[in-house]
Design a binder for this molecule. Structure first.
Ligand SMILES: Nc1ncnc2c1ncn2[C@@H]1O[C@H](COP(=O)(O)OP(=O)(O)OP(=O)(O)O)[C@@H](O)[C@H]1O
Length: 261
């Protein structure tokens, strides 16, 4: 069996912000966990518990007030190419066509896009099911299609780590299920370490190897749960008894208060 390799490591991380009213907001407190290479980990927690903050820490967009955040054993000091990010909204640039949007990270980083990268971008568009859509404008695409473009863009620099912040929450329920299965297919074809933030217990169970369940603010780890559901997962997975047992367990954890130590 291959040795486990920790890719993301949070050690006793605390994050405090100063609100607009000058009051201190403790967003995270004593947060510790590790994520292994090519693991798919979902993060579930009540609104405002610091899930996006956790993602921004990994992305190097903010720095922890206390504790340490490491990627591949090195503290995160700035945004890195090893990380691709997909947000809730696709945030496509309306003045670029689909290909221009997917290749944007290259243009932003190097000031130009090579033919090799254009070819790679077209391959990624095939991968996300948008082959032949290169010259379309974002406004011509549905929400699900735009989010596929955002996923292709996040994969352009071939990141080891994919951070996804509620990427499907703005989509209708059917498209959301479809996108979940698409993401699993992409992850199988191009293994990545994925951290996926969601409010949806079924979505977390369908996608993840492990689920980090957080407490309310300040966010801490309430439980890290293995998801032993067989892969490949399909619509059938949703009706497995184990799926329902896990969902009800998580629901109980999310809606119970922590017991004082
Ligand atoms: N830059 C900031 N300045 C001040 N407060 C902030 C800042 N960023 C986040 N916060 C606060 O930190 C807390 C955690 O925010 P965060 O967005 O990480 O939560 P979340 O779990 O992602 O929320 P949701 O599930 O509603 O998206 C919230 O109370 C938020 O208001």
């Amino acid at each position: 069996m291959a040795a486990r390799q920790s890719v993301i490591r949070f050690a006793d991380v605390g994050q405090t912000f100063l609100g607009a009213d000058g009051k201190r907001v403790d967003a995270l407190d004593g947060l510790s966990f590790e994520i292994d290479r090519h693991e798919f980990v979902a993060v579930l927690g009540p609104s405002g518990c610091g899930k996006s903050t956790l993602l921004r820490l990994i992305a190097g967009l903010i720095h922890p007030t206390s504790g340490s955040v490491e990627i591949f054993g090195m503290p995160v000091v700035e945004p890195r190419d090893e990380i691709g990010i997909v947000f809730q909204r696709p945030t496509l640039l309306p003045w670029f066509d689909v290909l221009g949007n997917v290749t944007f990270p290259m243009r932003h980083k190097y000031g130009f896009v090579s033919d090799v990268e254009r070819t790679r971008a077209r391959e990624l568009l095939e991968l996300v099911g948008l082959g032949g859509f290169d010259t379309r404008r974002p406004e011509e695409l549905s929400g699900g299609m735009q989010q596929r473009v955002a996923i292709a863009r996040a994969l352009l620099l071939d990141p080891d780590i994919l951070l996804m912040d509620e990427p499907f929450s703005a989509l209708d329920a059917l498209t959301r299920d479809e996108m979940s299965f698409e993401l699993l297919r992409i992850w199988t074809e191009r293994p990545k370490t994925v951290l996926f933030i969601t409010h949806s217990i079924p979505e977390a169970l369908l996608l993840a190897d492990r689920i980090i369940v957080m407490t309310g603010r300040p966010g801490r780890v309430r439980e890290v749960l293995d998801v032993p559901l067989a892969r490949p997962r399909s619509m059938k997975t949703l009706s497995e008894p184990a799926f329902h047992e896990l969902a009800s367990h998580i629901r109980g954890r999310l809606f119970s208060r922590p017991v004082a130590a």
